[in-house]
Design a protein around this ligand. Structure first.
Ligand code: HEC
Ligand code: HEC
Ligand code: HEC
Ligand code: HEC
Length: 171
């Protein structure tokens, strides 16, 4: 009983801190991340993402004529319903019309500056999140109309399909 309450409190604390951390940062869109995370020397992270289904997630809604439906946009674009997310600024429809970098790594206005990015501790302070299975499950769940109950989401398998790394530093 006591244990259950503790776990409940922990979960609450976790939710409040992540909400605080994410507060106040603006979405800038994947093209801004591209500037520094593209090309062989940088691990082709942008290229890997842009060839993934996450980069085409608004397209599949357009094909169905559902690209204005809030119930669909919630999982198919970047930051839907957030003050600076998709839909807030018409000049950013294209940049945020996808499951972009910031869906998983957090809104990037503060951490994406070079001096901040080069220091993992500073980047974290400026809102950079380390995504994990929980991040994926916010969308890869039974609320998705195409969710296949017989094939539940498996993180390890699924992450392999979108895996990306910064190049290893030479010692
Ligand atoms: C001005 C250049 C620049 C921009 C813009 C930029 N980054 Fe970075 N980022 C870097 C550098 C440099 C590193 C350090 C690792 C490396 O050299 O690849 C890094 C590291 C990272 C890391 C790993 C951090 C760690 O703790 O290991 C993540 C995640 C990341 N960037 C995501 C993003 C995202 C998402 C965006 C866009 C919102 C973005 N970056 C925009 C330069 C940039
Ligand atoms: C809870 C999040 C969520 C919501 C809400 C959602 N989707 Fe999706 N959608 C996903 C995910 C995740 C996938 C990837 C496949 C899967 O696991 O279902 C996907 C895939 C798709 C695909 C591609 C399927 C394929 O076979 O390639 C289409 C089309 C689609 N969704 C349409 C819609 C429409 C239309 C709506 C609104 C009526 C909607 N989605 C609402 C998360 C969501
Ligand atoms: C904001 C919602 C959202 C989040 C968070 C998210 N995804 Fe997705 N994911 C989608 C949607 C929507 C699609 C379908 C896009 C399409 O078909 O064009 C998809 C498709 C995929 C696909 C392609 C599936 C296939 O059958 O080809 C993989 C793999 C995937 N996601 C892995 C992940 C992983 C791993 C994470 C967590 C690290 C994650 N996703 C987080 C929304 C999301
Ligand atoms: C669907 C979620 C998702 C999306 C979209 C995504 N990432 Fe990641 N990214 C991850 C996960 C998960 C990791 C591994 C985190 C860990 O355990 O270190 C990661 C790791 C990274 C790293 C660190 C790699 C390393 O070598 O440690 C960088 C840099 C990065 N991502 C940049 C980007 C950029 C830039 C984009 C967009 C072009 C992007 N990511 C899009 C989920 C995502």
């Amino acid at each position: 009983m006591v244990r259950k309450i503790c776990l409940g409190l922990l979960a609450l604390c976790f939710v409040t801190t992540s909400a605080t951390i994410a507060f106040g940062y603006d979405y800038i869109g994947a093209p801004k991340c591209k500037i520094c995370h593209k090309g062989e020397a940088k691990g082709k992270i942008y290229e890997i993402w842009s060839e993934s289904k996450h980069a085409k997630s608004l397209e599949v809604l357009k094909v169905k004529g559902e690209d204005k439906n809030p119930a669909c946009l919630a999982c198919h674009v970047t930051g839907y319903g957030k003050p600076t997310g998709y839909g807030a600024d018409s000049t950013k429809f294209e940049a945020l019309g996808n499951v972009g970098c910031e869906v998983c790594h957090g809104p990037g206005s503060a951490y994406s500056k070079m001096a901040v990015m080069q220091d993992p501790a500073k980047a974290k302070e400026a809102g950079l999140l380390t995504p994990d299975e929980k991040t994926c499950l916010t969308c890869h769940n039974e609320k998705s109309p195409t969710f296949n109950k017989d094939k539940p989401f498996k993180f390890a398998e699924s992450y392999k399909m979108i895996e990306h790394h910064a190049p290893k530093k030479t010692q």
